[in-house]
Unconditional design. Structure first.
Length: 452
């Protein structure tokens, strides 16, 4: 069951840091090195110093990105840059943004703690595979700082929208606690809710609902590992420990404000097969629709090619786009009955990303799972095109986004999508609120959090 728990969050004091936007950061796993440096320069207390520290010469066991994050956290607590809320709260957080078509959408959600559950034993489901290196990194940060700096992003189903309506009626829409506009023009608004009756209602409505993890699989699995370690260390107690919970952002999957973007693949040189062999391999499983172009017609053809790819989203066809370096053509690849016969029957087997992995990467391009480590993942179609045109990639494969129903079906079947199958958008920012598991830092009272 989705056992959520209001908590006393740790937040920035705007009177100490000034503009709250200057201390916020995107999720750590989408921050490129240049953006990391820019966030460091933006503010001395930017949350990137906690979530994604910069490596330094001479780093070792006693001095590294994790120990420096702990030092920053302790110093900011000591000086009052960070402070802990007096009352347990659920934190309402909405993001108003535009999609590529220009349509204005609003993703609505809330932050609270949730009881950690082992996969396969409760009502929290992963939907995507994880990688060991990323889990080790997130575990070391959690073990060192004993804090959740960024929330896991999860989805629940509430077709009648009762949960969000209950939360929204408890706040003054015109008076958020924090409000910022990010560099992409998205408007982030943040409120805290403490009314016991509202909290109790939301806890009760969430309790029977299954949760699907949208983003944050590595953090969730690291939190499970940390919970187990703490349970072993405190084996004589039967009380609930702070490590039994993790910070989570909850969004209603039935809300049209949630967007899934595709994650395109770039294949770098050297290819493991010739282009002629690649085309022969593709012809065994896909029909090809070719969009040839000249220098003068390239831009118009590109737009028609994308329109044709996007149009297949509303059909049952399994279609992808192909760009090859040095060729004056774009190709639409549509799965044929012969290719479909090679697939399994599960929801996972029928995903575009699974078809790509099995029939294009493995069969046609002769890539092994180890070779897939060299793939580059991008969400922007123009970025994929430019990478091939500028010879930074040999091949780009463009995908349509998976449907939310597909994500739900795979997770409900206790299965997982291939790595980088989804890109949920927009991303909740890091820095609005933190969850501390260890209250022995300065300025943090070591007391028990009452339930509402």
């Amino acid at each position: 069951m989705a056992e959520i728990k209001p908590f006393r969050g740790v937040l920035y004091d705007s009177s100490k840091v000034g503009d709250i936007a200057a201390v916020l950061a995107p999720p750590y796993d989408i921050i490129e090195p240049a953006e990391q440096a820019a966030l460091y320069a933006r503010h001395a207390s930017n949350s990137v110093r906690l979530e994604l520290g910069q490596e330094q010469p001479g780093d070792g066991p006693e001095n590294n990105i994790y120990t420096r994050a702990k030092q920053f956290l302790a110093e900011w607590l000591r000086t009052g840059i960070l402070h802990r809320d007096e009352q347990p709260s659920i934190y309402l957080y909405s993001i108003q943004y535009r999609v590529g078509s220009g349509e204005l959408r609003t993703m609505r959600g809330f932050l609270s703690l949730v009881t950690l559950e082992d996969f396969g034993t409760g009502r929290i489901f992963p939907h995507e595979n994880t990688r060991a290196a990323a889990k080790s990194d997130r575990y070391r940060l959690l073990e060192t700082c004993r804090s959740n700096f960024s929330p896991i992003f999860s989805l629940y189903s509430d077709p009648e929208d009762r949960i969000m309506r209950a939360l929204e009626k408890a706040v003054d829409e015109e008076k958020p606690r924090f409000e910022i506009t990010d560099h992409e023009g998205a408007r982030h608004r943040f409120w805290s809710i403490t009314e016991p009756a509202i909290l109790s209602e939301v806890i009760a409505r969430m309790k029977p609902l299954p949760l699907v993890i949208a983003d944050g699989h590595h953090r969730y699995e690291s939190a499970l590992r940390y919970r187990n370690t703490q349970r072993e260390a405190c084996s004589t107690t039967t009380e609930t420990l702070p490590s039994d919970y993790v910070l989570m952002y909850f969004s209603n999957m039935d809300d049209p404000g949630l967007t899934i973007l595709p994650t395109h693949r770039l294949i770098l040189a050297p290819l493991l097969c010739s282009l002629s062999d690649l085309r022969r391999g593709l012809a065994e499983n896909f029909s090809l629709q070719t969009f040839p172009f000249t220098k003068d017609t390239e831009r118009g053809v590109w737009q028609r090619f994308l329109a044709a790819l996007h149009a297949t989203q509303s059909t049952k066809a399994r279609t992808m786009g192909l760009i090859v370096r040095g060729e004056s053509r774009y190709d639409l690849l549509t799965l044929t009955p012969a290719g479909e016969a090679k697939l399994g029957d599960s929801a996972r087997d029928r995903l575009d990303v699974t078809i790509l992995q099995q029939l294009i990467l493995h069969e046609a391009m002769r890539m092994s799972p180890e070779d897939e480590e060299r793939l580059i993942y991008v969400k922007d179609e123009e970025e994929a095109l430019n990478a091939v045109r500028q010879s930074r990639a040999e091949v780009a494969v463009l995908l349509n986004p998976p449907k939310i129903t597909e994500v739900k079906e795979v997770a409900s079947a206790a299965d997982r999508m291939p790595h980088k199958s989804t890109y949920f958008y927009p991303k909740p920012l890091t820095g609005f609120v933190f969850n501390m598991l260890d209250f022995s830092f300065p300025n943090i009272r070591q007391d028990t959090e009452p339930r509402p």
